[in-house]
Design a protein around this ligand. Structure first.
Ligand code: DX5
Ligand code: ZN
Length: 220
């Protein structure tokens, strides 16, 4: 199995102890953290925004993998970058000017990524692939942690991986929603490089041991 990155979704962490949670992730050997930003419009839930990310930035050197589940994300890209986001991922469904948003993220010096909801076809992002550092394949409908993986999304990951190979591109493929040690091997075999895990990670401390469980699942 190829090497992969585990990006724990902070949504499932203890929000009252964020600095401790970030420190614990670093101590456990993780290098990424997945930040789920929700606006109560694009998804039926509200989480946090740039001020909280800026506060976390002061205490952490982790790679801030920022998943924007907000309508018209172009309004806030500069703010998220200034707050310390390293990667900024916008949903294809959330803006009619996706190319402009992606170009703006790159111009701001962050890594550009696009997310697709389960029902959104790969064609929504096809023409932008050369401009992207990462494509996020949602494997649940975004909005909440702890939902079940939608099985047909595995074929979508395979199709995107094939497209990447055909085109000779090197963007990462991230998978988010219902990821567990049980489906880790299948996701990696399908072509995923970055696995997001919320409830299946934070619900099972200590984090170093849990990371080991994911790594063991990858090779089995
Ligand atoms: C869902 C979020 C995910 C979520 C994943 O809207 O984008 O990042 O936190 O949580 P789990 O791993 O519990 O499905
Ligand atoms: Zn997410």
């Amino acid at each position: 199995t190829p090497p992969f990155i585990l990006s724990p979704s902070l949504l499932s962490s203890d929000f009252a102890r964020l600095a401790d949670e970030l420190a614990a992730l670093e101590a456990a050997g993780l290098s990424w953290v997945h930040l789920d930003v929700m606006d109560g419009q694009f998804v039926p839930n509200i989480t946090f925004g740039p001020p909280l990310i800026a506060a976390m930035r002061k205490t952490s050197r982790l790679y801030f993998d920022t998943h924007l589940m907000i309508e018209r994300p172009e309004r806030y890209l500069a703010e998220f970058r200034a707050a310390g986001s390293d990667l900024i991922c916008v949903h294809a469904e959330a803006t009619v000017h996706l190319e402009r948003a992606v170009a703006e993220i790159a111009r701001l010096g962050a890594a550009p990524a696009v997310a697709l909801n389960p029902a959104t076809p790969l064609s929504a992002v096809e023409w932008l692939l050369p401009q992207l550092d990462m494509v996020l394949i949602m494997t649940v409908n975004p909005g909440f942690g702890g939902q079940s993986f939608i099985p047909f999304c595995l074929d979508k990951i395979r199709a995107l991986s094939a497209l990447r190979r055909e085109r000779g591109l090197s963007f990462r493929i991230q998978v988010d929603g219902g990821v567990t040690p049980d489906n880790t091997a299948a996701l990696l075999a399908a072509g995923a490089d970055v696995l997001v895990s919320g409830s299946a990670f934070f619900g099972h401390p200590p984090y170093k041991e849990r990371l080991d469980v994911f790594h063991a699942a990858a090779v089995s």
